[in-house]
Design a protein around this ligand. Structure first.
Ligand SMILES: [Zn+2]
Length: 272
């Protein structure tokens, strides 16, 4: 089975290095390529959180990227910063290697339906590239989780019907809320990244988290959107082999080709 990982990070960072070691690998390209080849992962999407210059976003041939807009792009002079960022983002969207836009409303403490984001949402629609949004819990004590609640995406999915959205992390732990947003809005998909951090004994994990996993499976069943869910990991924070086992255990076998490969290929317009 061919696999696409629809959400990784690719950055030299001491914190990522540490998390990678805890997950049983090292945070470098060689280690990633060895694991990808061994596991049949043919391509990946990097969620960019570097600056907006074009030079900062060149990646190996088996990677594409979403250009990320974090709080540094919306500083104290938000309006000015946003208009500069809009021009920069368009240059990225014109590139074949840039397959989408990534927003972090929780970390920016700004709702995704704030008017500041609207020009970016329209721009993404014009290039027919998805807007991936961090939804759910935050990996920090700063920022505010109310801004990353998946229900906030319903607002923009309705107001911008031509824009396609991806709920990163399926809004975890607001899984049923994410499910209703996806089931209501045909322009919303989700990636399944970020559920496991570090290295797991998978049998123990499945045994110890049975109630939580039942809730996750129930949410997946409720939305019945097997053509809009994407395998994704959040590498280097997690172990790729564990993660494949995790997702394979969640998704009915008849939908594996869609979730592990076909959906990401279609949603992000990939040629892997
Ligand atoms: Zn991530």
């Amino acid at each position: 089975m061919k696999i696409i990982d629809a959400h990784i990070h690719f950055a030299a960072h001491a914190h990522f290095d540490q998390l990678a070691r805890e997950a049983g690998h090292s945070n470098d390209l060689d280690a990633l390529k060895v694991d990808f080849d061994r596991l049949g992962i043919v391509g990946a999407i990097v969620m960019g959180n570097r600056d907006l210059t074009l030079e900062s976003h060149s990646y190996p041939g088996f990677m594409r990227y979403c250009i990320g807009l974090d709080s540094s792009n919306f500083g104290e002079t938000a309006a000015d910063a946003a208009s500069v960022a809009l021009r920069q983002v368009e240059l990225h969207l014109q590139r074949a290697s840039c397959v989408g836009l990534k927003l972090y409303p929780g970390y920016n403490s700004t709702y995704v339906y704030d008017p500041m984001y609207a020009p970016f949402l329209e721009l993404a629609a014009r290039y027919d590239k998805p807007v991936a949004i961090h939804t759910g819990e935050l990996a920090s004590s700063w920022g505010n989780v109310k801004y990353s609640h998946p229900l906030t995406v319903d607002e923009v999915a309705t107001a911008h019907p031509r824009t396609r959205f991806v709920l990163c992390h399926l809004g975890n732990p607001w899984l049923l809320d994410a499910a209703v947003v996806i089931s209501k809005n045909p322009n919303v998909s989700a990636d399944l990244s970020g559920f496991l951090i570090g290295r797991q004994n998978m049998q123990e994990y499945f045994d110890e988290n049975k109630n939580y996993l039942d809730y996750l499976k129930m949410s997946l069943q409720y939305m019945q959107a097997w053509d809009r869910l994407m395998f994704a990991t959040d590498w280097p924070l997690t172990n790729l082999g564990d993660y494949i086992e995790f997702v394979a255990g969640l998704i009915p076998a008849k939908y594996h080709d869609l979730v592990f490969y076909e959906n990401a290929k279609r949603i992000y317009g990939l040629e892997f």
